[in-house]
Design a protein around this ligand. Structure first.
Ligand code: NAP
Length: 251
């Protein structure tokens, strides 16, 4: 299936040292891409070794994406190390759980900086290069809380609604320039991000009961959708928010 082949392409994945980002980075490499692995606190060596074992090139870039002054170097180092840039996956994200009345401004700001502001700035930096190139794929990692309100996570919900809106705004402007900007909205996936929910005996049962597929998602569940949105198979998709949720939203 040549449509899904990423041979000769170069991708940036943020938050690629663990969780969903690590699985997506490895999946893109399995489809043929070289990958720039952006991590902050988690060393990326393990992910890089797995990509090299597949026979693809990996470079590691340490950056705190909440600091916008660190973002230009991500694109520069990728172009230097991999020689091109075709795919950007804005995956890095954080969540702060406290009831809205007590949700501190610091928590709000930290979540907006990582989940939204970094997506805007990095998309703009990569987008400028992709516009010149006349092609590119940007995949933002949205959430069920791009559609729903959630409980105890007002900053996260605001950031993920905004990520969906930004995906559509960029898609509209850049579709005619050969770029496709889309998002994946994962459902309830078993990663560090949802550890508190899975450990809560009441919420974990409520959540599982509502998932038609009858299980939490895994990081590997994102690989197929990510390869699809990174490949020529999705060349006529623009501004779509693709739910990968075991049926949660349609319940
Ligand atoms: P996770 O296991 O908690 O991992 C979070 C990732 O974000 C880590 O790779 C982390 O990198 C990176 N990150 C956080 N702050 C960063 C910063 N300031 N600079 C650079 N990287 C930073 O979460 P996950 O479940 O894999 O989530 C990945 C994405 O999917 C997030 O956008 C999340 O909102 C979204 N999502 C997750 C779920 C779910 O159920 N798990 C559902 C919907 C959406 P370091 O470890 O290197 O700091």
């Amino acid at each position: 299936m040549g449509l899904f082949d990423l041979t000769g392409k170069a991708a940036i994945v943020t938050g690629a040292g663990r969780g969903l980002g690590e699985a997506v980075a490895i999946g893109l490499a399995e489809a043929g891409a070289d990958v720039a692995l952006v991590t902050n606190r988690t060393p990326a060596d393990k992910t890089a070794a797995r990509i090299e074992a597949i026979g693809r090139k990996a470079i590691t870039i340490q950056a705190d994406v909440s600091d916008r002054t660190q973002l230009p170097a991500i694109v520069e180092k990728t172009l230097e190390g991999l020689g091109r840039l075709d795919i950007l996956v804005n995956n890095a994200g954080i969540i702060r759980r406290t009831p809205a009345a007590e949700h501190s401004y610091e928590d709000w700001q930290a979540v907006i900086d990582v989940n939204l502001n970094s997506v805007y700035v990095l998309s703009q930096l990569a987008g400028k290069h992709m516009i010149e190139q006349g092609s590119g794929k940007i995949i933002n990692i949205a959430s069920m809380l791009s559609f729903q309100g959630g409980i105890n996570v007002p900053g996260y919900t605001a950031s993920k609604h905004a990520v969906a809106g930004l995906t559509k705004a960029l898609a509209n402007e850049w579709a005619s320039k050969g770029l496709q900007v889309n998002a994946i909205a994962p459902g309830y996936m078993s990663t560090d991000n949802t550890e508190a929910l899975r450990e809560d005996p009441v919420r974990s049962v409520q959540i599982l009961q509502r998932i038609p597929a009858g299980r939490w998602g895994t990081s590997e569940d994102l690989i197929g959708p990510a390869v699809f949105l990174a490949s020529a198979a999705s060349d006529y998709m623009n501004g779509h928010i693709l739910a990968v949720d075991g049926g949660w939203l349609v319940r």
